[in-house]
Design a protein around this ligand. Structure first.
Ligand SMILES: C[S@@+](CC[C@H](N)C(=O)[O-])C[C@H]1O[C@@H](n2cnc3c(N)ncnc32)[C@H](O)[C@@H]1O
Length: 245
């Protein structure tokens, strides 16, 4: 097996990539395109201040800021934080571990994470969800890889060979993520959901692909909340609102 800083594998267990591993990945990563589906889901919410935990490239925060939201960036990789703050002077950024967020209770409207939870064991995932719910005033969004996606076969093969850059990851079904959310905090209700990465292609190629489809078929692909999109998507997200009781 190829040795990387994260690669101590333990049969079937999700292993957390180290901070050095993330630093190394972010040193090599160029600017990434924002996730249109995620942005569309956020725009339906009543929110003005948004924190992303494990924000990495910060691609979605950058776009949200352009659209007028107040954004806050948190990640534990100094390389990722440095790159983001150089590109976005004036945006609050913090080097922080998602298990212990340096924010007051209910201090930020929406707390989101994309591509974070799958890197941790179940107990740690619970802690992270609890932290996000604690800091969120109104909403929490969690976006994770989806178990039934066809892309998962390729990913699993790469993980088995030790060739998936992010080490061992967990995948989720919609109901599994919902169970984990409910067990971390029962005072919340689902107010949004979406599937994304239905077609694993770059955005400009995907746009050409979509534009050639008949409108009726295109709407099945693009309606991110449809059963089809959610069931086959490479990743999906759930948005919950906090309820008092
Ligand atoms: C797959 S990336 C997600 C990046 C981001 N959503 C994006 O679109 O670029 C996961 C991120 O979580 C961060 N991360 C991993 N473990 C963390 C931890 N314990 N605390 C805070 N951030 C962490 C990594 O540094 C990485 O930037």
């Amino acid at each position: 097996m190829r040795e990387t800083p994260h690669s101590t594998r333990d049969a079937g267990k999700t292993m957390e990539p180290s901070v050095e591993h993330w630093d190394m990945l972010w040193e090599k990563t160029r600017i990434l395109a924002p996730h249109d589906t995620v942005l569309a889901a956020i725009e339906k919410l009543d929110t003005s201040m948004i924190l992303e935990v494990g924000a990495g490239s910060g691609r979605d925060l950058e776009e949200l800021r352009r659209r007028g939201y107040d954004v806050v960036y948190a990640d534990f990789s100094p390389v990722a934080v440095g790159a983001f703050s150089r590109r976005n002077p004036g945006v609050p950024t913090v080097i922080a571990d998602c298990r212990c967020l340096p924010f007051r209770d209910e201090s930020i409207d929406l707390v989101l994470s994309l591509g974070l939870l799958e890197h941790f064991e179940r107990e740690t995932r619970r802690t992270i969800i609890q932290e996000k719910l604690r800091v969120a005033r109104r909403y929490t969004l969690i976006d994770v890889p989806q178990t039934l996606s066809p892309m998962m076969l390729v990913k699993k093969a790469l993980m088995a060979l030790g060739r998936w850059s992010y080490g061992e990851e967990t995948q989720f079904t919609f109901s599994q993520l919902l169970r984990e959310l409910r067990s971390a905090g029962d005072h919340c209700e689902v107010v949004g959901q979406y599937g994304r990465e239905l077609v694993p292609l770059p955005r400009n190629v995907k746009n050409v692909f979509y534009s050639r489809l008949p409108a009726a078929i295109r709407s099945i692909f693009i309606k991110s909340h449809s059963f089809f999109a959610r069931g086959l998507a490479g990743s999906f997200g759930i948005i919950v609102a906090k309820t008092r009781e």
